[in-house]
Design a binder for this molecule. Structure first.
Ligand code: SF4
Length: 174
């Protein structure tokens, strides 16, 4: 059964920068938890960042790929450069995905780590831009399919399509 890497804040863990969680009330996600498919992780906490911590954004309106190739940085709103911590968190997420053979991830959108469809633009004004954070970018580059919390049904369909041939094969064999 496919394991799914899931942002810990979506599972109710109070690990966000302000000490809050971002619990998703989803019967599908609850079902995956009951089935033992869910591998929860907060990349920023795994990298040693504290809770709470100042908000951070990728600077210059650029995405996670630019941070990985060294052409963009991640700064807190205090001006502190936290690029290396965020990169360490991304590599820990990839390591975890590999350990559990996760081919799918469900990540919190908008985060400079976990965002997959949008980010904040680095101005700390709440302005959004399309793009992926450092975790999503690294997972995608390494073959892990990334979905946001708004795409749980889409991920369920994707999993179903992926596992149906296997189930059919089992039925045929037995
Ligand atoms: S790094 Fe990811 S899991 Fe951790 S608080 Fe931010 S969005 Fe949630």
């Amino acid at each position: 059964m496919e394991k799914i890497l899931v942002s810990a804040c979506l599972l109710g863990k109070p690990v966000r920068y302000d000490g809050s969680d971002k619990t998703v009330a989803s019967s599908i996600l609850s079902q995956w938890q009951r089935e033992g498919r869910v591998v929860g992780l907060c990349p920023e906490v795994e990298a040693g960042l504290p809770v709470p911590r100042p908000p951070a954004e990728i600077i210059g309106g650029r995405g996670g790929d630019a941070v990985h190739d060294g052409t963009a940085k991640i700064l807190e709103n205090t001006g502190k450069d936290v690029t290396q911590s965020f990169l360490a968190g991304a590599w820990k997420a990839l390591e975890t995905a590999r350990k559990w053979h996760c081919r799918f991830a469900l990540l919190t959108d908008g985060s400079p780590s976990c965002g997959s469809s949008f980010l904040y633009d680095g101005s700390f004004t709440g302005a959004r831009i399309p793009g992926a954070g450092v975790v999503a970018a690294l997972l995608l580059k390494n073959g892990v399919e990334v979905f946001s919390e708004h795409q749980i049904s889409m991920l369920a369909e994707r999993l179903d399509a992926d596992e149906t041939p296997f189930r059919t094969g089992c039925l045929r064999r037995f």
